[in-house]
Design a protein around this ligand. Structure first.
Ligand code: CA
Length: 331
């Protein structure tokens, strides 16, 4: 395969803390010989594992980018055993625009893995992570939140994997994050996800969903900051104690967890995040804006559980994800 067009402007292996960019040549109307410049910080201490920490995979999710920007600034003052690579704005064009996808090519980075070195700008970013950053890491944390269109209960997540030993490592790291909830996540659309690529390379992988709505709260940022620090402690990269209460464990046993809109209009959720729901009960009604005197379209829970995600804006289209239900699990 051809080499990646992306060049780091700093040494990723030399001892010490360095701040630089991943430079991706991008020729466009406003800059013939221009570049996309993705900020990166690397801290190399003594011997130990490598942690690759990313935010901004989707450009309208803020807890990860805030926590990682602050961590990058603080790394100078921390005693690191091993190496920490911090990329707070993975899809940098999307982060600058505050949009889920890239304004350059409308690329959804988390649907374009493993990427291509000769593809679109977004595919080139994916390819650089797949072939140059992820293979050097032991532990990978990718921060997500709901973005402009979803809101989540704050949780860390891992996936069911074929390799039981790897799944145990990922589960232990997810628990160490100490978000209020920990979810064994079923993906609604797994094709092309960073998660899948990282897990296929055998890495310990943790992702999150930490609220949403296109902003961050004081509480959700605190969860993100505590979580990344806890993960680095658990990996032996930072000294200290894991802080916070153990997470409430949740499972997503089937596709019945997802409630999809079968009408367009104004959505009325009948449960808030964290509230219990029963199989068969109405959890959302969609009201038409076209006329009065029409019954709303009721949407029902497919199983018993608690509401862990909801559509955020007040208007929905047919096919939108209205709600996600997860089920309390053992341990
Ligand atoms: Ca996301």
């Amino acid at each position: 395969m051809r080499p990646s067009p992306i060049t780091p402007t700093i040494d990723l292996d030399a001892p010490g803390v360095r701040h630089g960019h991943l430079r991706l040549p991008y020729s466009h109307d406003a800059s013939a010989w221009g570049s996309v410049m993705i900020p990166i910080t690397v801290a190399c201490g003594g011997s130990g594992p490598t942690a690759l920490l990313t935010g901004g995979n989707h450009g309208d999710e803020y807890e990860g980018p805030i926590a990682l920007t602050k961590l990058a600034y603080d790394l100078e003052s921390l005693d690191i055993a091993g190496r920490v690579i911090v990329v707070p704005f993975m899809n940098h064009p999307g982060c600058r625009a505050g949009t889920r996808t890239s304004p350059i090519d409308r690329g959804n980075l988390n649907r374009l893995f493993p990427g291509r070195p000769d593809g679109s700008v977004t595919e080139k970013i994916a390819d650089f992570f797949t072939r140059h950053l992820v293979p050097t890491a032991d532990l990978v944390l990718d921060f997500h939140s709901g973005g402009r269109t979803l809101d989540f209960l704050p949780f860390a997540a891992s996936h069911a994997l074929d390799d039981a030993e790897q799944e145990a490592r990922c589960t232990a790291a997810m628990r160490a994050f100490r978000a209020p909830y920990a979810v064994r996540l079923r993906e609604i659309d797994p094709l092309g996800m960073y998660d899948t690529t990282v897990e296929a390379l055998g890495k310990t992988f943790v992702t999150t969903e930490l609220r949403g709505g296109g902003t961050a709260s004081a509480a959700s940022v605190r969860i993100a900051e505590r979580g990344v620090r806890n993960l680095l402690v658990q990996a032996g990269i930072l000294e200290g104690e894991i802080e916070g209460e153990p997470s409430l464990m949740l499972d997503m046993p089937s596709d019945a967890c997802f409630v999809l809109a079968e009408a367009e209009g104004m959505v009325e959720l009948t449960r808030d995040l964290g509230e219990p729901v029963r199989a068969g009960e109405t959890i959302a009604r969609i009201h038409t804006l076209q006329r009065t005197g029409v019954a709303p379209v009721a949407h029902h829970a497919g199983l018993d559980g608690i509401l862990v995600a909801r559509h955020f804006p007040g208007l929905v289209q047919t096919g939108d994800c209205l709600a996600v239900i997860a089920v309390p699990a053992e341990g």
